[in-house]
Design a protein around this ligand. Structure first.
Ligand code: HEC
Length: 101
């Protein structure tokens, strides 16, 4: 009889604890993703922008132009700065992220 009580007790202990553990594991990564993803995604572009786009004139601010304007400015300026297509694309992502619209 004691065996059955023990088995029941440990089974309900497992059931009671299981959902809590699962919830914590699921929530943490989602929270992390939404909080850190934008910065991580645009960090490369920001670094390239800061390093290359203030050489010939003052460093512009992304909010000075609209997304449409940036999509014309960045390709022509990437040529000026002798950047490759990958670098151009990362800068474009960054400035459009912070653009006025
Ligand atoms: C080799 C020099 C040089 C580099 C490097 C350079 N620019 Fe320029 N930039 C210019 C010149 C010259 C002008 C003004 C003439 C023009 O608009 O083409 C200009 C103009 C601009 C303007 C004003 C455009 C407008 O229509 O009002 C913006 C914005 C700009 N640059 C952004 C950038 C960005 C972003 C980068 C980095 C990818 C960059 N520039 C790198 C030379 C440079």
């Amino acid at each position: 009889m004691k065996k059955y009580i023990f088995a029941f007790a440990s089974a309900s202990f497992l059931v009671a604890c299981a959902p809590k553990v699962v919830v914590e594991q699921e929530v943490a990564p989602i929270k992390e993703q939404t909080e850190t993803k934008p910065e991580v995604k645009y960090l490369a572009g920001k670094t390239l922008f800061d390093a290359n786009c203030g050489k010939c004139h003052d460093l512009p601010h992304p909010s000075q132009y609209s997304k449409a304007q940036w999509s014309k400015i960045v390709p022509s300026m990437a040529k000026e700065a002798k950047l490759n297509a990958e670098q151009e694309n990362q800068i474009l992502l960054y400035v459009q992220y912070g653009a006025m619209n």
